[in-house]
Ligand binder design. Sequence first.
Ligand code: THU
Ligand code: ZN
Length: 297
Amino acid sequence: MQDRFIKQISLLPADLANELVPLLNQQFSGHLDAQQVATLLQKTGLTKAELMFQLLNIAKALALAPISHFYVGAIAEGNSGDIYMGANIELPGRALCHSVHAEQHAISHAWLSGESGIRDIWINATPCGHCRQFMNELVDGGKINIHLPDTKAQTLQHYLPNGFGPKDLGILQPLMQKQQHELYCEDHNDPLIIEALDHASLSYSPYSHNHSAVVLEMADGRTYSGRYAENAAFNPSMMPMQMAIASLVRHNQSFADIKRALLVESSVGELSLIDVSSDALLSVSAVPLEHIVAEPV
Ligand code: THU
Ligand code: ZN
């Protein structure tokens, strides 16, 4: 089991802890498939709600909170029934606007894993206005059930009445709905560029058209990617560098092992993420940010 879970596992009921220890191996990065969840329910006799609130103790352990020392965990259940953990991430020494909230982290985890929507989300602290707005960008966002400790589950619509969303800007294909904006670049031999182009083509930027993605490559060759996810209210957008850093943290990797960092963005976007991405990267690594501007196919 990974060291970061040792303290948290001791807070769980013994039978759940016994079932979880083998799952929290070195490969664990906050994802349990629907079958694993069903087995945990069956082996422990817990209700779904009891299990999910217990699992938030594990999700919280994925946090990086050097500024607030406040640990938030979230678990998003995708349409497939698989569950995706996330936690808050604060970038050391950088502006607070670079932070990733637990809810954004869990949802981006589900999106990167190929989910096409979120049905339910469990959180150990009430979602802030920024997260309510972020979730309102999703397919059927208003219908997402929000589960908080000691509170009746309510929809996002309840937590964000009269919400502003993509429809107000004429966008009818919301976040997580599969859409592809193919991008092309001359250099077809570099696997890092190919991976970044793939993610950029799946990014969500209906407002600026800056389809973009970041890939971080580690010393052992592993890669962690993030896609740009815009928001109708602009400021709650999630940056591709933050999404890639969140993925790296979730996989229990060390920032010191980052060997290459690449941002790919579309030539037709109305903005560039180069400066904001470099600033975020500088907080965790001294590697220079490589930058490719790609053409729409
Ligand atoms: N935080 C979340 O992760 N979700 C919320 O909705 C509330 C706030 C995090 C952000 C920051 O890392 C810390 O909690 C203090 O605000
Ligand atoms: Zn929030």
